[in-house]
Design a protein around this ligand. Structure first.
Ligand code: SAH
Length: 205
């Protein structure tokens, strides 16, 4: 059941600096390989690199999933919005940590695949096919928002759907992208620039 591959993956992530034991334990539990569509599931679902999931998209590399999850400081019961469901793997890691996860994917076939896998794995993640720039107003506000595709600029509508004191983590930029941690304050927001990263672009429809 790939338990030893997962253990090795987690040790690798730990060596790269993610030390939050709850995050590491969640990644030890979530069966990463099942989120990769069967036709694309090579030997290497647990290597520290992105893997293709079809439609020109990829499942993010394990380190990036762990790093972003750690920066979100997830606690049980937190209401989280994810933009860019992709395979459903990141959503499953958040759900494993006890979060209430709502996730939006623009490619309907991927949304369907992800919804099916997370359900089969026993996670109550809500997946919707749609445009992430609109967010999920019916479920707002959120304690945290994670964006796993890169917009050119911070999407204003998503900031509006964040609770006061809530945080959003997202890659921003075209070409060179930087991870930004944004904290919503009483009268606006505070931006904390973080590491340089590489994500697929957040497409405009
Ligand atoms: N979190 C995913 C990684 C997804 S890759 C995982 O764990 O597997 C980024 C995803 O963002 C792609 O599936 C892409 O189709 C999606 N995406 C791009 N632009 C989007 C938009 N405007 N709204 C919602 N999803 C978008």
């Amino acid at each position: 059941d790939m338990t030893s591959e997962r253990q090795a993956m987690v040790e690798d992530i730990r060596m790269q600096g993610v030390r939050d034991e709850r995050v590491l334990e969640a990644m030890r539990r979530v069966r990463r390989h099942v989120y990769i569509p069967a036709a694309m599931r090579g030997r290497d679902a647990y290597g520290d690199h992105p893997c293709p999931i079809g439609f020109g998209q990829t499942i993010s590399q394990p380190f990036m999933v762990a790093y972003m999850t750690q920066r979100m400081e997830v606690t049980p019961g937190m209401k989280i919005l994810e933009i860019g469901t992709g395979s459903g793997y990141q959503a499953a890691v958040l759900a494993e940590l006890g979060a209430d996860v709502f996730s939006i994917e623009i490619i309907p076939e991927l949304a369907q695949h992800a919804a099916r896998v997370v359900r089969a794995e026993g996670y109550a993640v809500q997946v919707k096919a749609g445009d992430g720039y609109r967010g999920w107003p019916e479920e707002a506000p959120f304690d945290a928002i994670i964006v796993t595709c890169a917009p050119a600029e911070i999407p204003e509508e998503l900031v509006r759907q964040l609770k006061e004191g809530g945080r959003m983590i997202l890659p921003v930029g075209t070409g060179v992208q930087q991870l930004i941690i944004l904290e919503r304050t009483g009268d606006g927001f505070r931006e904390i620039p973080d590491i340089y990263v590489r994500f697929v672009p957040m497409v405009k429809r």
